[in-house]
Design a protein. Structure first.
Length: 387
């Protein structure tokens, strides 16, 4: 079958048109080669991230063990090492800017005084309104730091411990048992003993005395050995039960006083009410205390709070868990301890100006460091195996 062009058909010629076929075949081969090239091409290495002209301005603040400022002004710490690894991965040139608070860090980024902020910045919806955050690089949360030093409890502290819910529960059970036993003794003795009044109120009052006498003196009523078998059994039962109740009550008080004495009456966030607390102002810890109507002593830096706790000016410090753990295991070892669980989980991220072109490359670098195991090396360096 012959193919004709429009022009040739008009002229009545019979010459086949192979030019169109050749052009079609050439284009098809080109498309196929291009497609195969896309499918088998090697993924190129990540190119340096776009950045503002000149060096990046990276703002940070002291926060052990994330940012540690040496006597010569040098910077070390987990966040410092992490940023250096990110910068090396992305071939970034940068310089450090130091401030004193997280608020100053965020303001520096917000008002174009810095390009990056890193230390231990908790990611919150409120902060997301003024800056952009990268993927989180550390899971943290709030915790409590209390004194571990043993001292003589005050009289008020002892009364408070005695009136704790646990002690009141044990005491209530004992009093209820005492009243029930008094009624049993009164019913048994009111008709057979002249010493037991038949009227209800005087009789119960006397029976209560009999009950306490049986516990304290191991004696039933006004006789050491009642002749009636039932009364003897009743007396024996009450004496044994009284011994058990006293032992349980004593053990409960001893355990409560010991625990409260060693932990400073604080075992978790539920024990913070009525305590003197310190934390850093304008942080997520301060927000938590304010939301729960817990008054606190504000400080500008967490380092200012530690002496207040050691000197007994405050009962507890509420702040980020990894920071408190690091202090308790190092400079505060033997003097303070972290108590209770994490009660408000948080995540740390790197803050950037809204719409920063660095966000995506930095996210990729963080994921790359985790994939290569470099992140785990840095974590173990500063925090050991504790997760």
């Amino acid at each position: 079958m012959k193919h004709w062009t429009v022009l040739e058909a008009a002229k009545g010629r019979s010459r086949p048109c192979y030019g169109w076929y050749g052009l079609f075949i050439i284009l098809s081969v080109a498309v196929l080669v291009f497609s195969l090239g896309l499918g088998t091409a090697v993924v190129p290495a990540r190119s340096p991230a776009p950045q503002p002209a000149g060096k990046l301005r990276v703002v940070t603040k002291p926060l052990m063990p994330f940012v540690i400022v040496g006597e010569d002004g040098s910077l070390t710490g987990f966040s410092i090492d992490l940023w250096q690894a990110i910068a090396a991965d992305l071939a970034l040139d940068y310089e450090w800017i130091q401030v004193e608070t997280v608020t100053e860090q965020l303001q520096a980024v917000q008002y174009d005084q810095a390009d990056v902020a890193i230390s231990g910045i908790s990611m919150t919806p409120e902060r997301e309104q003024i800056v952009d955050f990268t993927h989180h690089y550390f899971n943290a949360g709030l915790r409590i730091l209390a004194s571990s030093q043993v001292g003589d409890p005050s009289a008020l502290s002892q009364v408070t411990n005695f009136l704790s819910p646990g002690m009141l529960h044990v005491l209530g059970i004992g009093l209820l048992t005492l009243v029930v036993m008094a009624h049993i003794i009164w019913l048994v003795e009111r008709g057979s003993s002249g010493a037991m009044p038949k009227a209800y109120v005087p009789g119960i009052w006397e029976a209560l005395w009999w009950s306490l006498t049986a516990i304290a003196r191991h004696q039933y009523g006004d006789k050491e050995k009642p002749r009636n078998v039932f009364k003897r059994l009743l007396g024996m039962f009450w004496i044994v039960l009284g011994i058990i109740l006293i032992a349980q009550f004593t053990a409960g008080i001893t355990a409560s006083l010991t625990v409260k004495h060693l932990t400073g009456n604080i075992g978790g966030p539920e024990d913070l009410n009525g305590k003197h607390i310190a934390t850093v102002a304008r942080t997520t810890a301060a927000d938590y205390l304010e939301e729960n109507d817990l008054p606190y002593t504000p400080v500008t830096d967490i380092e200012e709070a530690y002496p207040l706790l050691i000197q007994g000016q405050v009962d507890a410090i509420v702040y980020d868990s990894p920071v408190l753990i690091y202090y308790a295991q190092n400079r505060g070892k033997g003097r303070v301890e972290v108590v209770g669980p994490i009660f408000k989980e948080e995540s740390y991220g790197i803050a950037l100006p809204i719409g920063s072109t660095l966000r995506k490359p930095i996210n990729g670098a963080i994921l790359d460091l985790k994939r290569k195991g470099k992140y785990d090396e840095l974590y173990e360096k500063w925090f050991g195996n504790q997760r």
